[in-house]
Design a protein around this ligand. Structure first.
Ligand code: C5P
Ligand code: MG
Length: 190
């Protein structure tokens, strides 16, 4: 099984690259942001609970995310592996992911990070706001998401570095170039 985490700030290109890599290696692409947005759209109990949090760019509580992940695992029993895109966002989420992996006798192979300068992130997210109209892509909320990322998510770099499974690449360039670079790293370490 090949289990990967795609790591990096909002606007870094995780979703775009995760989709391509998932197709290439036949992995299940798990975008927790997409899952949460779908819950909001269908106005489920969970969706109503998290709507304001997401629209402010804050983080949904760990226990809700962990429950979502448990469901994903349970509904893909025969997957060749998973790419987690947007998860984990906090240390408790990272620890829970390790635990879920251990319980299923598998492991997280690699954490791949896309490093993009902050001015470029802002530009990309504002462009996405114009094109896709995501409710959390307004300038103030984007700035908050970047703050939340630095405070709660960035510290995970050390957690994964210590485990020896962290790689970072520069995430500015063509989608295809970055994809090729990611595939190279994946092949070297799988
Ligand atoms: O991953 P993505 O950027 O699509 O996530 C969008 C929003 O969903 C985040 O800004 C955050 O509010 C919420 N989210 C979260 N915890 C996660 C993933 C997403 O709170 N693990
Ligand atoms: Mg995304």
């Amino acid at each position: 099984m090949l289990n990967l985490v795609f790591f990096g700030p909002p606007g870094g290109g995780k979703g775009t690259q995760a989709a391509k890599v998932a197709e290439q290696y036949n992995l299940v692409h798990v975008s927790t942001g997409d899952i949460l947005r779908a819950e909001i759209k269908r106005e489920s109990e969970l969706g109503l609970k998290i709507k304001d949090i997401i629209n402010k760019g804050e983080l949904v509580p760990d226990d809700l995310l962990i429950k979502i992940l448990e469901n994903v695992f349970d509904s893909h029993n025969e997957a060749d592996g998973f790419i987690f895109d947007g998860f984990p966002r906090t240390l408790p989420q990272a620890e829970a992911l390790d635990e879920m992996m251990t319980r299923r006798s598998c492991q997280l192979k690699q954490v791949l990070s896309l490093d993009v300068p902050v001015e470029e992130l802002l530009e990309r997210l504002l462009k996405r706001a114009r094109e896709q109209g995501r409710t959390d892509d307004t300038e103030d909320v984007i700035k908050n998401r970047l703050r939340v990322y630095h405070k709660h998510t960035q510290p995970l770099v050390d957690y994964y570095r210590r485990k020896g499974i962290y790689s970072e690449i520069y995430g500015v360039g063509s989608v295809e170039e970055i994809f090729q670079e990611l595939c190279q790293i994946i092949d070297q370490n799988k």
